[in-house]
Design a protein around this ligand. Sequence first.
Ligand code: SF4
Length: 472
Amino acid sequence: MNTIRVSDATAWEHCPRHAWFVLHPPEAEEIEVDRFEELIKTLGDEHEAEVLAQFETFETAKSVAHTEALMEAQMPVIYQPQFFDAELNLIGVPDFLILEGSNYRVADAKLALSIDGKKAIKAQLATYRRLAQSPLPALVFLGDGDIAEINPQDDAVGETFVSEMQALRLQDTQPDTHYSYSKCSPCPFSHFCVPEFKQAGELTLNPMVQARAADGLRNAGIKTLAKLANSSPTELPDVPYLKGEAKKTRAILQARSLRTGEIFKVEDVDLPPGDYLHFDVETDPMARGGEGEVYLWGFLTPASHGPVFEYIWKEHGERADEQGWVAFLQLVRDFRERFENPYFVHYSNYERVQIRRYAERFSNQTDDIVEWLLADDGPLLDLQKLLKAAYVLPVMSYGLKSICRDPRLVNFQWRLEESGSQWSVVRYYDYLGAETETLAAEIKAEILTYNEDDVRATEAVIQWLERIEAER
Ligand code: SF4
């Protein structure tokens, strides 16, 4: 029978079926290691090493028995102590045991900036404390150098984790769960689940139907996408996240679109006249202790002027982040002078959020360019918002890649086969660590190609929208 590892709490928090797959690995199936996950692990290991270096003396545990001997000998700090509970079939290896008086305190190093709402961290630390039989609250050495204490009331989270994992360990069949694009698309088991969801007509493949709405619809007898597609808004009960005629109509049209491939127009697209510059940022989400730093601000100048890719790249150095931001503001200022009525087309709210965050970071809230960009009637144009308001498309996600790559829709393909925002972050770290200038230049060129394709993709969406609008 498979052993439960306390570190499986991450899979447990992600999805019960993911945790089940960890305990019942599919046979003959090599799960591909995700390079972004590897990068997070490397950064986590570096953080752990930094915390370890703060202790004057420590000893690394080599086994469960060795851990017991070190605890018996009251070693001040035990690194990677090992525990095994045979009754629960549970293995736990916290990062540290720290002696305080005659008791040990369990501690872990995490890249997170806070433990608020972090169920997996709380479950892990509470379970380590249980395995180590420590009476002291566990500690987390956070990514920004702060230390958080796990509240003993979080023991309940640890108990839930252990009991649910025990149940999953004994369960022969996959637990029922829902689809969610953000949860399932990065999951290593998506190629098992997604075809099954499609086969079953799972309601949550519809991006307008969240898990709790799907439960409510099922209780009302609407159990599949087909059934939803053939419903009328008046037949649908009010369920969580699906109340009111407009939302219900949209959910039904979405189900129809997914089944037939048909595109439904809901309202006119409001594209203001002007010079469209396409804008996309690449951000390192781990930098600044998790607040993120933009390493590439990319633009495509208006098609009417012959589109040119222009960008600001964050170089190495202590002040590089601020220099990148100042250069971005200057470039936007230039664009405002070069083009008569510029709009910066971006996809989703992320670019606006980054500009606001940078303005706060460097106290530029009253800068005229910042105020202009962030004004309600300013030049930032969220294309995703416009598109979603106007059309129902046959997609499980309204992400840029889903809509662009679909040959029935925009049919725009990225030049680099292996690319994406997480891929770009991994390559940026490769760039920072490159041993030669030639290699660094090659990696930078790849990342620029990817970002240029992102801004060309929003341009392609605009052109596609104009075309389908004209055809209607
Ligand atoms: S693909 Fe989705 S449902 Fe399946 S295990 Fe992963 S997260 Fe869970």
